[in-house]
Ligand binder design. Structure first.
Ligand SMILES: [Zn+2]
Length: 462
């Protein structure tokens, strides 16, 4: 009964003008949100067990009676993984009729993960995004240009709906070359620009040379960024760059930064976040359960992102708790200027390329301006480097249209780095893809750690 009332109130909040919604949510007591989460969790779990063939079978095999489960942690070691989505196919997860689908590419396999949604879900996610963007200062009089990639990607669609609620002027350029965007965008005089972080860095380099115009803010989604690169973008435009964090599986935003740029305020209304295992720093893999999805709910989905849950209030005053800046991924996939790359990508670019040994390792660095992908190859004769590099780049061009597009846009550099035979492997399993970028400045990392060990990490939402 109480939960029903709270749910009605939340529906009402979502339909309010964003400025009223932020004010209202800020004064809502935490227990009300927790009660709603639990009720939604129970409903989602029952729906999944009844209608999704994947979950029905999993729960049957494990002897799980969902009517007795009140909290995600009671599911023990049951999780849903990206591998499950790929192996069983999205259809095995469906619990209702879908209106649209999006894909997530890369990761550890060339097979994309497909995720289905309804128009109602899209609408609700759009309204929530509108509340978040309003909190960052976006208003009806703003002029927004977006360079989000519209190909199978969820974010441009959610943004479009969100901006409809904010009633902004909005032009979708798509992910075109930063130079072309720069020339064509000026005419519209946008004061807000959306794009992928590495793309925004390249755009900012062009603007530094060619001149800027007044911006209120920039907003990046789809990948992480080093603080160094963020600094470049912000100093060129003299405007803040905010990031969101999400996955296609979550239907976009799981959380977004506020003006403090210290972690992502999470969406506890739509997701149940958990961190079942943490290291001594309070960091672990983020696991989430969807709470308002009825087409393709996900129960305890392993994000493969390494972060921590920050439950202490943020200086900005927003009610929502936070997810710390993502440290790295738990699998070997790296999201960088090249795109989403995993070991299989490099196996493919090395196919039929001669002149190097069997071992290889890709190292992602950042040279202060853009990401650099260094493919370390063992070679008897370093004179072969140029020929090998040529063949590898030809494979990149012929086999990976997206990675090639980003290369041509100068979103990253790609180099072959020769090394002596036998030097890559030291008897252990060779880590194929290494991300050596420093995502969190060292001083900040130390502060954050001191902070975390004191009080802020609450290992579950209970
Ligand atoms: Zn904040």
């Amino acid at each position: 009964m109480l939960t029903n009332i709270i749910e009605q109130i939340e529906r009402l909040v979502l339909h309010m003008e964003p400025r009223h919604a932020v004010r209202f949510l800020n004064v809502s007591p935490p227990w009300a949100i927790e009660a709603m989460q639990r009720a939604r969790f129970r409903r989602t779990l029952r729906l999944a067990a009844e209608r999704s063939s994947f979950y029905r079978e999993q729960f049957r095999q494990r002897g799980i009676d969902v009517r007795r489960i009140e909290h995600p942690s009671e599911l023990g070691d049951f999780y849903t993984t990206g591998e499950d989505l790929r192996a069983h196919g999205a259809e095995a997860f469906l619990t209702g009729r879908a209106d649209t689908a999006f894909e997530t590419t890369g990761t550890t396999s060339p097979i994309p993960k497909r995720v289905f949604f309804s128009q109602r879900e899209l609408d609700e996610m759009g309204r929530t995004s509108a509340i978040g963007l309003y909190h960052l200062g976006i208003r009806a009089e703003d002029r927004v240009l977006s360079a989000y990639d519209c190909s199978f990607w969820v974010s441009p669609v959610v943004l479009r709906v969100g901006l409809q609620y904010l009633k902004c002027f909005h032009v979708e350029a798509g992910k075109i070359a930063p130079r072309e965007f720069y020339e064509r965008a000026r005419v519209y005089q946008p004061n807000v620009i959306f794009g992928e972080p590495s793309w925004l860095v390249r755009l900012s380099e062009l603007a530094r040379d060619g001149g800027t115009w007044p911006l209120k803010l920039l907003f990046g989604g789809g990948e992480n960024i080093t603080e160094e690169a963020r600094q470049i973008v912000e100093s060129v435009w003299n405007a803040p760059l905010y990031l969101s964090y999400g996955q296609t599986e979550s239907f976009g935003t799981l959380g977004a930064e506020c003006e403090r740029q210290d972690g992502y305020h999470r969406n506890d209304l739509f997701f149940f976040f958990e961190m079942p295992e943490t290291d001594t720093d309070g960091y672990g893999e983020l696991v989430y359960t969807t709470l308002v999805r009825d087409v393709m709910p996900l129960i305890r989905y392993r994000s493969t992102d390494l972060t921590s849950l920050v439950n202490e209030p943020c200086g900005c005053g927003l009610f929502a708790k936070r997810i710390a800046k993502i440290r790295s991924r738990t699998d070997e996939m790296v999201v960088c200027g090249m795109g989403n790359v995993g070991p299989w990508v490099f196996e493919e670019v090395l196919r039929n390329v001669n002149g190097h040994g069997a071992d290889w390792q890709a190292v992602i660095r950042h040279d202060g301006r853009r990401d650099v992908v260094e493919l370390h190859l063992e070679m008897e004769d370093f004179d072969h480097r140029a020929g090998v590099e040529q063949a590898v780049i030809a494979n990149l061009r012929n086999r990976f249209a997206d990675f090639w597009k980003n290369y041509e846009m100068k979103l990253y550099d790609f180099r072959v780095a020769p090394c002596a035979p036998g030097s890559l492997r030291n008897g252990r399993k060779l880590k194929r893809v290494m991300d050596e970028r420093q995502m969190i400045p060292v001083a900040h990392q130390v502060n954050q750690r001191a902070h975390l060990s004191r009080e802020s990490v609450d290992r579950s939402l209970d």
